[in-house]
Design a protein around this ligand. Structure first.
Ligand code: SF4
Length: 205
């Protein structure tokens, strides 16, 4: 499975404390895509879905948000990941897909029993920004598939601008929703950008 990035603990990619997994590669190619670095299916890095699921299942978070890229471009591996997660954890699963909801239902019915909530639909630059938190454009729809996030879906929180800065062993990563018009290094300044990895500063000899 090709993945672009993983943040093991975030509070700006969905409700509560979550892991966020950006899947690498997207065939949808929305004009104005906010994650151009994640479109190439050959980019990112390989992870075995079973081992990745075991790593995610051990995290001290309430849920997992799957973003991209387009997670459903790797539906077979995604299914393995989700089934293993269900065996090993009680993580609440939120899937962000660029496919419209009817397409998700028609082409990927095997994925839906493993998800608690799906945000569906391509990014439409002309309908951005949206008034809802975590949602890129007003055409995108939200579907609660279990009771876990039903109250959230029925009373979706209002948009807010928020970022996190994560210090990692070899780099610094920024994720979240920046202020409108804020330059976003490595990605366009629109909501749901990919995490922006900042190279570490050079050491002074
Ligand atoms: S916005 Fe999402 S679905 Fe659209 S091209 Fe970019 S990664 Fe793909």
């Amino acid at each position: 499975m090709r993945i672009a990035d993983l943040i093991p603990l975030t509070e700006v990619e969905g409700p509560g404390t979550r892991a966020a997994l950006w899947v690498q590669g997207c065939s949808i190619r929305c004009p104005g895509c906010c994650n151009p670095a994640y479109l190439d299916p050959a980019g990112g890095r390989d992870r075995a879905p079973m081992a990745l699921a075991d790593e995610l299942a051990a995290l001290p978070v309430e849920g997992l948000t799957l973003l991209g890229g387009e997670p459903l471009d790797q539906a077979a591996d995604l299914l393995v990941l989700l089934q293993r997660l269900r065996e090993r954890s009680r993580l609440g699963i939120i899937l962000f897909t660029g496919h419209p909801w009817p397409t998700v239902q028609e082409r990927f019915p095997e994925i839906l029993p493993w998800c608690d909530l799906v945000k569906a639909g391509p990014f439409e630059a002309g309908r951005h920004p949206d008034s809802r938190r975590w949602i890129g454009s007003a055409n995108q729809t939200v579907h609660a598939l279990t009771g876990r996030y039903r109250s959230l879906a029925e009373s979706w929180p209002a948009a807010r601008r928020e970022i996190e800065i994560h210090l990692r062993a070899d780099d610094i990563v920024v994720n979240g929703t920046p202020l409108p018009g804020t330059p976003w290094p490595g990605a366009s300044p629109v909501p749901r950008p990919s995490p922006t990895v900042i190279p570490p500063p050079r050491r002074i000899p």
